[in-house]
Design a protein around this ligand. Sequence first.
Ligand code: ACO
Length: 430
Amino acid sequence: METKQSLTITDNRTGKQYDLPIENETIKAKDLLQIKVKPDDFGIMTYDPAYMATASCKSTITFIDGDRGILQYRGYPIEQLAEKCSYLEVAYLLMTGELPNKTQLDEWTASVTTHTFVHENVKKLMDGFHHDAHPMGMFVSTLAALSTFYPTAKRIHDPAERRLTFYRLIGKVPTIAAFAYRHSVGMPYVHPDNELSYAGNFLSMMYKIAEPKYKPNPVLERALDVLFILHADHEQNCSTSAMRSVGSSHVDPYSAAAAAAAALYGPLHGGANEAVLRMLDEIGTLDKIPAFIKEVKEGKGRLMGFGHRVYKNYDPRASIIKRLADQVFEVTGRNPKLDIALELERIALQDDYFVKRKLYPNVDFYSGLIYQAMKFPVDMFPVLFAIGRMSGWLSQWEEMLLDGDQKISRPRQVFLGHGKREVPMLSQRA
Ligand code: ACO
């Protein structure tokens, strides 16, 4: 007998029954609105702060099985993409749904590379920031400012215009990121070197000093490229939801991307690897770990880089990064904080508190150690994350725009405030 794909709900207030269709293990929240006591009621809503059990979209981009520790972009396992592809191939995959062939990759790379330079006024704008401005603050603001340089980007329903935005944003984010860093350390900006790879050019813009041509170390160049791949998309996380939600107002993609980057700035999201390093610094030595773990268990702070809304198993990206760390440390020398991180992980994975709550290392637990070994200051960590994530944000934004089910994002609320009141004059208020 075929199972009926529906959910029957009885409203005990009225005794009425409702049959709601189930599709993809999901009911439509809107179907609940028919459940009313009086005809002029609004109908039943769901209360779901932080979207714990609410799907806000249908997507074909990224699949995560958090219990089994699986991450796939467009069906391809992250482990294989990290092993066999470059970041630009993965960005193309996210954008189009397919991996590029050689010709497509050459064209795509040329298009992105053509757009690595920024307008001179962008440089002037960045010069205006205070000398110790946080690079992520500069990055967010400069992204927003780009909308004023490319006003035609507001033609979001024009596919050619959208493609141009992909080229421009993916091409320019390493430049803006590197300029933010150079400004924060008082060094002159280095123009893009379009003969280098995506990651190699970024390293050149970060670290080139007087040498006529910067030669990136191939191990570090590849490690950075893999880190961009690992950060490229992660379905409906906080910053991607911001991209979709802000983009749903049909604002231009630069403004939406600035909102996404702002979301990524927070310590619970893109700022977590910065927080991991600060935590490792605070712990300082191996003997202080048990006391630190005790404090975390007493609710006095969190073990940063542990836990995830979706992964209730080892984050597959954390495993790849742990392996990558060994290769990087062979070039740069071992980051002394690695020992503290490894010991923290060992203790936490055996501790009932973490086991019961299914708290495992996430992508940020080891990425900061690699970035630090590669001489990126901690302030740059969220910026590095944003470079990789730009391709995911844009792909999700375009998917949202082309999805006929989507409208301007506008959550409902459960109102618990006052009934209507009269406004007293100032002199009459207690
Ligand atoms: N350390 C200690 N306890 C934790 C941690 C942690 N890192 N994370 C969660 N918990 C505990 C909570 O205190 C809570 O315990 P309780 O049930 O006794 O109250 C339980 O685990 C569930 O935690 P929530 O906060 O409800 O889980 P949520 O899914 O909302 O949060 C988050 C996920 C924000 C990632 C959280 O695990 C966290 O703060 N981790 C540290 C920050 C971090 O590493 N963020 C990076 C995330 S990955 C990324 O953005 C790329």
